[in-house]
Design a protein around this ligand. Structure first.
Ligand SMILES: [Zn+2]
Length: 245
């Protein structure tokens, strides 16, 4: 029943995805959104999965693989880490990813990137990494990262497809369209490198304050809405130079 509903909705919202080859003669940047224990590691906190989850595991594997590729090529990588002060809750969600706790740390498969010279870590206390990059003096860590590295395309992966990934993509595309992000052109969301959480309707109905959030459907909707803003949705990504015919 549930999967039939998802299929019906996917028929109404067909999502065309692309196989993207990132050219090596321009700078491509990788953005990792919130791939931290509090959202990804089983039992790690209020918003962590309760049991192993295939979509989340796949997202971690693909993100770690891409991070390795980008680091091997010394390409710029920016990692957002959700990180909240205990006295500033983020409604409608329960307390999560409190600064300094294990929840707000990168998942084990990605912890190694903290020591890589091409990686920038940005802790943020809001959904949207673009807004979360604003410093007290008005400068923006993400905007500076794009400009200083002359990034032409960003590849976005992480969690949640329909929340923090989507918000970041929307703000970034509006900023790009207004001319704040030159030389950035392409915003690519890699679908297999993204995931969201699963709260089926029957669980939400029995959980005070919970919103229904069926994983597969919301993942699809998140990608669809990113595409509506002008993001490129990729189901395959490679960094190789295309073979000449
Ligand atoms: Zn948060």
């Amino acid at each position: 029943m549930v999967s039939q509903t998802v299929d019906l909705l996917k028929n109404e919202l067909p999502l065309e995805q692309e196989s993207v080859v990132l050219p090596e003669d321009v700078v491509n940047g990788l953005v990792l959104v919130d791939i931290i224990n509090g959202f990804c590691s089983v039992g790690a906190g209020n918003l962590a999965p309760r049991e192993p989850n295939m979509q989340i595991t796949g997202m971690i594997n693909e993100s770690a693989r891409l991070a390795r590729l980008f680091c091997d090529k010394k390409l710029p990588v920016l990692a957002f880490l959700d990180s909240h002060q205990p006295n500033k809750p983020e409604e409608p969600y329960p307390p999560h990813c409190i600064a300094g706790t294990d929840e707000s740390k990168l998942v084990p498969a990605l912890q190694w990137i903290e020591n890589e010279p091409n990686v920038t870590i940005r802790r943020k206390d809001c959904f949207d990494g673009f807004l979360g990059s604003i410093e007290d003096d008005g400068s923006n860590v993400f905007v500076d990262w794009v400009k200083n590295n002359h990034i032409k395309a960003i590849l976005v992966v992480g969690i949640c497809t329909d929340i923090c990934v989507l918000d970041f993509v929307c703000s970034t595309i509006s900023a790009r369209n207004r001319g704040f992000l030159a030389p950035l052109e392409d915003v690519i969301v890699y679908s297999r490198g993204c995931a969201t959480f699963d709260v089926p309707l029957h669980v939400a109905r029995n959980t005070k304050g919970a919103l229904s959030h069926p994983q597969e459907l919301m993942h699809h909707v998140g990608l669809y809405m990113a595409k509506e803003r002008g993001a490129i949705i990729a189901n395959e990504v490679s960094l190789l130079t295309p073979k000449k015919p």
